[in-house]
Design a protein around this ligand. Structure first.
Ligand SMILES: CC(C)(COP(=O)(O)OP(=O)(O)OC[C@H]1O[C@@H](n2cnc3c(N)ncnc32)[C@H](O)[C@@H]1OP(=O)(O)O)[C@@H](O)C(=O)NCCC(=O)NCCS
Ligand SMILES: CC(=O)OP(=O)(O)O
Length: 324
């Protein structure tokens, strides 16, 4: 699953910034990324703290650039740029205060072209990792929202990767019909980047009208809009997860659907369903979960789960810098 991304990174050197420099998981991943020559690394934090934590864990981070916002020589220029970007919503004092924190400071390093990509969230919550990006990096032209998906991966019996995409499990709390259309299109695009041929199920507690309710109607309408705007797309809904996933159940619940029973890209009606759903697949299903991978953002910035380990940080760094 990582071969393509690694070749991209070897052909085109990139710099990633980690917002939580002294975290041992970040330092372990940094040591591995540097040893394998995959990217340049900026660690945010005080030099003493970062080097001290690296020494405790015996992580060789030689070659990483450590930047401490408290002593950063170009802070005035950064404050000025941030005030301009916030367009009257934050004054210079508010921007300076925000930039003393790794999340805002790292995001501005990306905005000012000093880093290509950012990974945070080992200790920051998703909201605190993503908010600076929403405010300063903004959506790509053509996108109305930033959304996210997870790539779920476990070894299949034949030794290949069993891969699924799930969105939006992390950003949009109560997406509306048009948000769900964008989430479906973007999640299918991310799925393709990981070699999945997307067959998209718009999930619900109802299959093709078996249940009633506002969110059932919302998923059905969003499905119709995706079909109308993307006629070559394999998408169907509304579908329950069993009808979407199991060929046997699909025969009973949705026998004429081209997607039911074969879906590999799952769109949840809201963040409750999505976040709980991906964590069940991860913790009970034995899948590795990569994400949240942000979609529709103007630069590669990603979040980690606070429950992540060093291996996940290493892999998310490859995804974040490699998918740029
Ligand atoms: C992402 C999130 C933090 C944004 O909430 P917020 O910071 O309160 O958002 P606000 O409404 O104050 O908006 C802040 C800025 O982000 C922008 N924004 C908010 N949501 C956005 C989205 N989905 N896409 C693009 N921009 C968005 C707003 O337009 C605003 O920009 P502006 O300040 O330049 O006008 C919020 O939706 C959230 O908490 N999501 C759930 C995160 C979570 O807990 N996930 C579970 C664990 S993974
Ligand atoms: C993605 C996610 O759920 O993040 P956390 O576990 O940090 O809340």
């Amino acid at each position: 699953m990582f071969e393509n991304l690694i070749s991209v990174l070897k052909a085109d050197r990139r710099t990633i910034v980690f917002t939580e420099g002294p975290d041992p998981r970040i330092l372990e991943a940094t040591a591995r990324l540097l040893k394998e020559g995959l990217m340049d690394v900026i660690l945010i934090g005080s030099e003493d703290e970062v080097k001290g934590a690296a020494a405790v864990g015996n992580f060789n981070i030689e070659g990483a650039e450590i930047i401490d916002p408290a002593t950063y020589g170009e802070m005035d220029a950064m404050v000025e740029k941030m005030v301009e970007l916030r367009k009257g919503k934050m004054d210079a004092d508010a921007c300076r205060a925000a930039l003393s924190k790794g999340n805002y400071f790292g995001t501005m390093l990306v905005k000012m072209g000093k880093a290509d990509a950012l990974l945070g969230g080992a200790t920051y919550s998703t909201a605190d990792t993503v908010r600076p990006a929403l405010q300063l990096i903004k959506t790509k032209p053509g996108n109305k929202i930033v959304s996210s998906c997870f790539i779920l991966c476990r070894p299949a019996a034949d030794g290949s990767d069993e891969l699924y995409a799930m969105g939006d499990c992390a950003i949009n709390i109560n997406p509306g019909e048009d948000d769900l259309v964008e989430i479906a299109v973007e999640t299918a695009r991310t799925a393709k980047a990981f070699g999945i041929d997307p067959k998209v199920a718009m999930l619900s507690y109802s299959t093709m009208g078996s249940g009633k309710g506002d969110t059932v109607t919302m998923m059905r309408n969003a499905t119709d809009k995706v079909k109308a705007t993307n006629p070559d797309f394999a998408v169907d809904g509304e579908l329950q997860f069993d009808a979407a996933f199991s060929p046997v159940v699909a025969k009973t619940k949705a026998k004429d659907s081209p997607v039911a029973g074969q879906a590999n890209t799952f769109i949840f009606p809201d963040i409750n369903a999505g976040n709980i759903g991906y964590k069940i697949a991860q913790r009970l299903g034995g899948f590795e979960a990569f994400g949240p991978i942000l979609q529709g953002l103007n630069a590669p910035i990603n979040d980690l789960s606070r429950g992540c380990n060093a291996e996940e940080v290493y892999k998310m760094a490859i995804i974040t810098a490699g998918l740029k």
